[in-house]
Design a protein around this ligand. Structure first.
Ligand code: VGL
Ligand code: ZN
Length: 193
């Protein structure tokens, strides 16, 4: 598959809390980082826009167990856990999108409350390449919303890992995305030109 001229890269939630040692660690979550860094260089080389989403919760977010949610507190605004993983090399031109800031609303998708869809359409973007954490939550929801917004959507399969709260969640997420019409590639299958 070609990257094409109307493509953007979306890096989902590569934050300390989703990496080993973090509050809601994705097993081997840090392993996506060097792979994403390669994709970032490739997209930079093509002058394609790069977006990075971050989970950005208030301390009393509805998804936290104390509030009746299913997750331990994670990615609380302004904390170290909410920082991007240090070795992720986001360029200066990357646009950062914060989501999940409303205490009362869960926001797994990078499109939710961020204006991302309208922004991409204004830029003439047609095709999205999406990787990051976690395959079975925020990556999946971002991919499904991207398809719903009418973008040609490609999962960067070697740059995504699942949290696997229930065994099989990651596999199921991959099937769901494929059934909804998402493509899936690894580095060697992607051509810059
Ligand atoms: C995520 C669980 C809770 C994610 C965010 O980024 O996939 N998962 N909040
Ligand atoms: Zn969250």
């Amino acid at each position: 598959m070609k990257i094409g001229n109307r493509a953007a890269l979306i890096v989902v939630d590569v934050q300390n809390d989703f990496c080993p040692g973090g509050a809601l660690a994705v097993p081997e979550g840090d392993q996506v980082v060097p792979v994403l860094n390669e994709y970032i260089q490739t997209f930079l080389g093509k002058k394609a826009p790069i977006y990075a989403t971050r989970d950005w919760h208030p301390a009393d977010h509805v998804s936290f167990r104390e509030q009746g949610g299913i997750w331990p507190p994670h990615c609380v605004q302004g904390t170290k856990g909410a920082d991007f993983y240090p070795s992720l090399t986001l360029p200066e031109e990357a646009v950062i999108l914060s989501k999940g800031s409303d205490p009362k609303e869960e926001a797994y998708s990078g499109f939710q409350g961020t204006g991302l869809g309208a922004r991409l359409k204004r830029q003439g973007i047609r095709r999205l390449f999406i990787g990051g954490l976690a395959t079975d939550y925020c990556v999946k929801h971002t991919v499904l919303d991207a398809l719903g917004e009418g973008f040609e959507t490609v999962l960067l399969r070697d740059a995504a890992k699942g949290v696997e709260a229930k065994t099989g969640d990651t596999e199921r997420a991959l099937s769901e995305m494929a059934e909804a019409g998402a493509y899936s590639v690894i580095r060697g299958e992607l051509k810059s030109e």
